[in-house]
Design a protein around this ligand. Structure first.
Ligand code: NAD
Length: 482
């Protein structure tokens, strides 16, 4: 397969990966891919349509007839090959995430490494699942749900693709992937890599296209049993609604407005840089970004000084420079969205402590915004309630631990949360009362076997490890009379 590498020439992609090979797109729409650092067109991709999608679903259905009954040893071996194949392209995947999306390299590389590691993590989780259990004349087995549609967002596309695909492979499912139409270069490098794993034809199919064509076909097609989706709440709601017609199983990984609680015994010199790191994670374009900073009212002045001091550790600029902490927004639309929320915050009476509207100085060629921290925010303001998906942090004061817990839980979202403090048992007590799918104590961390997913509007279901594989399984009981 012809490989994509870094060059100044405009790349073109006119094919999809169906039934073990690249096939020319039936869809004819051509989309420009714009580099967020300087708005230059770096690629043109021919988008797939419903015909391409149906062809991919048919290939996945044929493959499921065999792969759906595969042995665990075979799946283990395939996961190993996938891990090896993906590992060989970590550098290229990182470079594509930096160029195509504007992801800062200091975040992009670990994200790509986590993506690749998803295959090893799924292999490790496989034997922990109790595939069969029985008593008397009853036997219960876990069965792959069937052909699965995997639909992803642009902000860490490769991670979502690998996580979902690894879980599906472990469960015995075949897939049609619809990567974000804004991430075709990352998706294509991943396809090239995974092709080298010599998979059974039709196990992996990838059609790049728009949500309302390729995505909608996956959601409505009766031959697709399951949709695993990462993206916005609005699209998640439509998938749940439209998928009901064919009783789709759904996993929805949606948005967040995650609280970071700084307890009053926290060491601010450590807690504030950690909190800013979580707020500006992936340039703020992260579902888990800690965008509400809850601080004790009696320490507010000290917190403000600590924020002002710590901001120099979060420079904006070229995402390829390892020193850069905040890169550009992915698109003009995302730039405008962030600007409109900054304006809204000012209109509603919040005070800009750092940042504000417009481009940072000297960075107006791309979609760069100023990392912005608001103080005097109340939890009912728009900037405290809605997901902005940019480097905008709202500082909200609280009076007691109970007050902090109440404010943290007063949100439509419940994806991620953080508690920072010196007394660990107190931090644990607060963490145990937060309505969020993941709570970290004293800094951002990850565990590929720990479940990932949200309470409330942050989604339905869980990914990672055993939990992620289980999301692609059905339970069957066989009962004998004699
Ligand atoms: P989006 O919802 O606009 O798009 C996500 C995907 O859905 C894309 O591939 C898109 O083409 C597709 N899509 C759009 N309309 C569709 C339809 N009608 N049917 C089927 N598919 C359709 O989201 P986005 O802008 O790409 O990503 C940002 C959002 O994703 C944020 O809200 C963010 O919080 C969320 N997100 C969540 C997680 C998580 O793990 N919970 C991780 C990353 C991003």
């Amino acid at each position: 397969m012809k490989t994509i590498t870094k060059s100044d020439a405009i790349k073109t992609i006119t094919t999809h990966y169906i039934d073990g090979g690249l096939v020319e797109s039936h869809g004819r729409e051509i989309m420009d891919i714009v580099r967020p650092t300087d708005r230059r067109v770096i690629a043109q991709v021919t988008l797939g349509d419903e015909d391409d999608t149906r062809r991919a679903i048919a290939a996945a259905k044929r493959a499921f007839a065999t792969y759906g009954t595969s042995k665990l040893e075979d799946r283990t071996e395939i996961l190993r090959r996938l891990h090896r194949a993906a590992s060989a392209r970590i550098d290229d995947l990182t470079a594509a995430m930096v160029e195509e999306y504007g992801g800062v390299v200091r975040f992009a590389r670990p994200i790509v490494e986590s993506a690749v590691n998803a295959f090893a993590a799924a292999e490790k989780a496989l034997p922990e699942i109790q595939w069969t259990r029985g008593w008397d004349k009853t036997t219960v087995t876990l069965e792959p749900v069937g052909v699965s549609g995997l639909i992803t967002a642009w902000n860490a596309n490769v991670l979502f693709l690998c996580l979902k695909f690894a879980s599906a492979v472990a469960a015995g499912c075949t897939v049609v992937i619809k990567p974000s139409e804004m991430s075709p270069l990352q998706a294509r490098i991943l396809v090239e890599a995974l092709h080298e794993a010599k998979l059974p034809n039709g196990l992996l199919n990838v059609v790049t296209g728009r949500g309302n064509t390729v995505g909608a076909e996956l959601v409505r097609n009766p031959d697709v049993a399951k949709i695993s989706f990462t993206g916005s709440v609005g699209v998640g709601e439509s998938i749940m609604r439209d998928g009901a017609a064919t009783m789709k199983r759904v996993t929805l990984e949606l948005g967040g407005k995650s609280p970071t609680i700084v307890l009053d015994d926290a060491n601010l010199e450590e807690a504030i840089p950690a909190a800013l790191g979580m707020a500006f994670l992936n340039s703020g374009q992260a579902c888990a970004a800690g965008t509400r900073l809850l601080v004790p009212s009696k320490r507010l002045d000290a917190v403000k000084r600590a924020i002002a001091d710590a901001m120099s550790a979060f420079p904006v600029g070229d995402p390829a420079d390892p020193k850069t902490a905040v890169g550009p927004m992915v698109s003009q639309k995302q730039f405008d969205r962030v600007q409109s929320y900054i304006r809204k915050g000012i209109e509603e009476g919040a005070e800009v402590l750092v940042g504000g509207e417009g481009h940072p100085q000297g960075l107006d060629a791309g979609y760069f915004v100023k990392p912005t921290v608001f103080v005097k925010v109340s939890n009912d303001m728009t900037i405290a309630r809605e997901e902005i998906f940019g480097p905008v942090l709202s500082v909200i004061a609280f009076d007691s631990d109970e007050d902090a817990i109440r404010i943290a839980n007063d949100s439509n979202y419940g994806l991620h949360a953080a508690v920072l403090g010196t007394d660990l048992s107190r931090a644990r007590r607060v963490a145990s009362q937060l309505r969020a799918g993941r709570v970290v104590i004293n800094g951002m961390t990850d565990d590929p076997q720990a479940p990932w997913g949200g309470f409330k509007f942050s989604g339905v279901g869980r990914e990672y490890g055993v939990y992620g594989i289980s999301a692609f399984l059905e339970t069957r009981a066989i009962l004998e009379v004699a």
